[in-house]
Write a protein that binds this ligand. Structure first.
Ligand code: G
Ligand code: G
Ligand code: MN
Ligand code: NA
Length: 255
C-alpha cells in the first residue's frame, strides 16, 4: 500500500483523544531568561504506523480535507490544557497554536475559535495563532478577513517561518499582525545570515511587532540574539517540544 494512502486512512480512522497528543516547546524572553510562552506542536501515533511526524501527516491532512477537525481538536486541547499555566504565571504567558490555510479560508473559523475560547474559559489575549508567511500574504481576501476577525476577538496573530516567503512591508502593515517568527534556517546559518536577521529585526520593530527567533540550538546563537532587539527565543538550546507534564515542571523549575 502506498504511504500517503496509509497515513490518510490512519488519520481518517483516528480516535483523536487516543492517537493525537500535543507537545509544548517553551518560548523564552531572551533578555530575562523567563519562560513567557509555549508553542503547541501536534504528535500522531497509532498501532499500525507507530509515530508519524507532523512534517509528513499535516500536509496529508491538509490535502484530504482532514485539517479542519484536527485543527479544532488541537485548539480545544491546547486551550483546556494550558489554562492552568496561564493562571499560574500571572498574566505574561502566551500560548501559540499553528493553523493551516484551510482553517483561515473557512468562514466558520472565527466562530469556532470564539466558541472554543468560551467553552474552555481560556483568556483570549493569551492565545496566538501562527500562520505561515506564505499563507498570510496569499491573495485570498477570505484569509485576510479571517485574520481581521481573529484580531477583533483579541487573539494574536504571528507570522511563522518569516523570511522564507515574499511579504512586503506594505502587506505586513495591512495585515495588522502582532508578531514575526524568524525562520529557523536563518538562525542555523547565522554566520552567513546576520545581516538578514538584523534587517528582519529592524523591520519587525518599525512595524511595532514582537519578534521571536526559532531554532536556537547554541549559547552562541542565544548570546548573539540577546545583544539585538530580538524579544523571544525558542529552540533545542532551551528545550525540545515536550509533553504537558514535563512542560509544567520546566515552568515551575524556571520560576
Ligand atoms: O513539531 P515539528 O517541529 O516537527 O512540526 C513540523 C511542522 O508541522 C511545523 O511546520 C509545524 O508548524 C507543523 N505543525 C505542528 N503542529 C501543528 C498543528 O497543530 N497544526 C498545524 N497546522 N501545523 C502543525
Ligand atoms: O514551522 P514551525 O516553526 O511551526 O515548526 C516548528 C518545528 O521546528 C517543530 O517541528 C519543532 O520540533 C522544530 N524545532 C524547534 N526547535 C528547534 C531547534 O532548535 N532545532 C531544530 N532543528 N528544530 C527545531
Ligand atoms: Mn510554528
Ligand atoms: Na517556524
Amino acid at each position: 500500500m502506498n504511504r500517503i494512502f496509509e497515513v490518510k486512512t490512519a488519520l481518517q480512522q483516528a480516535d483523536f483523544d487516543r492517537d493525537f497528543t500535543l507537545h509544548y516547546q517553551p518560548v523564552v524572553d531572551v533578555k530575562t531568561d523567563q519562560v513567557v510562552g509555549a508553542e503547541a506542536l501536534l504528535r500522531f501515533e497509532n498501532d499500525t504506523l507507530g509515530r508519524v511526524s507532523p512534517g509528513e501527516f499535516i500536509p496529508i491532512a491538509e490535502d484530504y480535507g482532514l485539517i479542519l477537525p484536527i485543527g479544532e481538536w488541537v485548539l480545544k486541547q491546547a486551550c483546556s490544557t494550558m489554562r492552568e499555566v496561564v493562571e499560574m504565571t500571572e498574566g505574561m504567558f502566551k500560548m501559540a497554536v499553528n493553523v493551516s490555510i484551510q482553517q483561515l479560508e473557512n468562514s466558520h473559523f472565527p466562530l469556532v475559535l470564539k466558541t472554543i475560547l468560551e467553552e474552555t474559559a481560556f483568556p483570549k489575549d493569551h492565545l496566538i495563532l501562527e500562520v505561515t508567511e506564505e499563507t498570510s500574504v496569499s491573495h485570498s481576501a477570505r484569509v485576510k478577513e479571517t485574520i481581521n476577525q481573529i484580531e477583533a476577538l483579541g487573539v494574536g496573530v504571528s507570522i511563522d517561518d518569516f523570511g522564507t516567503g515574499y511579504s512586503s512591508l506594505e502587506k505586513l502593515h495591512k495585515l495588522k499582525v502582532n508578531q514575526l517568527k524568524i525562520d529557523q534556517s536563518f538562525i542555523r546559518d547565522l554566520d552567513q545570515t546576520k545581516a538578514i536577521v538584523h534587517a528582519i529585526l529592524a523591520m519587525g520593530k518599525s512595524l511595532g511587532l514582537s519578534v521571536v527567533a526559532e531554532g536556537v540550538e547554541t549559547k552562541e546563537q542565544r548570546d548573539f540574539l540577546k545583544a539585538t532587539t530580538c524579544d523571544y527565543v525558542q529552540g533545542y538550546y532551551f528545550s525540545r517540544p515536550i509533553p504537558f507534564k514535563d512542560f509544567q515542571a520546566y515552568v515551575i523549575q524556571k520560576q
